[in-house]
Ligand binder design. Sequence first.
Ligand code: KG4
Ligand code: ZN
Length: 358
Amino acid sequence: MRSDRTDVNVRYNAVYMMILALETSCDETAAAIVEDGCRVVTSRIASSQDTFHESGGVIPEEAARKQVECIVPIVRTLLRDYAMPYSSIDAIAVTKGPGLSGSLLVGTTAARVLSSLWKCPIVGVHHTLGHLSSPWIECSPEPQFPVLTLSVSGGHSDLWYRTSHTKGKLLGSTRDDAAGEAFDKGAAMLSLPYPGGPSIQRAGAGGNRTAFPFPKPLHHEEGLDFSFSGLKTALKYTLRDLPTESSLAALVQDLAASYEHAVCRHLVEKLEKAVELFPTVKEVHIVGGVSANSHLRSLAEDSLKGYAIRYPQKISYCTDNAAMIGCAAHFLIQELGDAAFTPFTTEVSLPLSDVIQS
Ligand code: KG4
Ligand code: ZN
């Protein structure tokens, strides 16, 4: 067992690190061991998503209860997979926020217990920084800065320009719902199960994307903000005006395809504008749960010809996972040194601009 932090300092100066990461900000209980920032040694995840198929969204108390049940077995399984002594773990990384308060507490408490038992330093990681780091996981050659990132999930929709993992600026954000939330709420209206993004993608496959003309939010605005509440309202009125209730079943494929197209078109329109404003970017990244969407990917590739577009290597690294938290922690330690280990509290809302600064 290590005796103090000094050993860790020596190791992170040498760049090589083995990090055990936990992520429990929403409805997943995820744990991973990440070597050298980018190589996933082992990764485990338990999700309570199935519980919420009917409710149309996560019920926070239910999610936290499930995480309390899952966290110890997940870590135990992870360490069994790892099959190395825990003294070889250099640091523990955990999502400190934003997220659901009970869920965050499960992860941070488990991380603090391990940290104290193993006398291992702990890094609190912003959840969205994890998503921004996810293209680095298992990726060769490594992404090159400056990077423009469209980060889209159930809790946020942001555009970032970055010159390093911790340096850059926020170019635009959603003014109301997040893109994933627009999918989740749209799916609930279409009587499709939670999570809404994959449901809408499945239901709309092969459908007519122009059958229902949804509006183009903030189309005439120069800025890089997003807005999805108008699309949600447009879907609501479209459904209200259907001739009969049974029309929904007959039209759901075209409705889902048109709605999915409208959400993705809005994201790509702003991404295109951002790229025009920052022509020196070397890469464009699309991350977060919504980056799993195949229509979003094909629209982006059609619109941004000539740019290197990167997504997380696997769909499981688009949605919430612990490997991205370990990866982000690695780069935080590299760029901030000791400051990465600053004591933290769990925070339900936490601006990423606290971490990424110009
Ligand atoms: O990043 P994530 O797993 O959790 C948050 O940080 O919120 O993102 C979850 C969101 C959900 O809203 C879900 O509907 C959406 O990502 N999502 C998708 C797809 N897969 C997940 N949206 C569109 N298409 C998908 N294939
Ligand atoms: Zn997320």
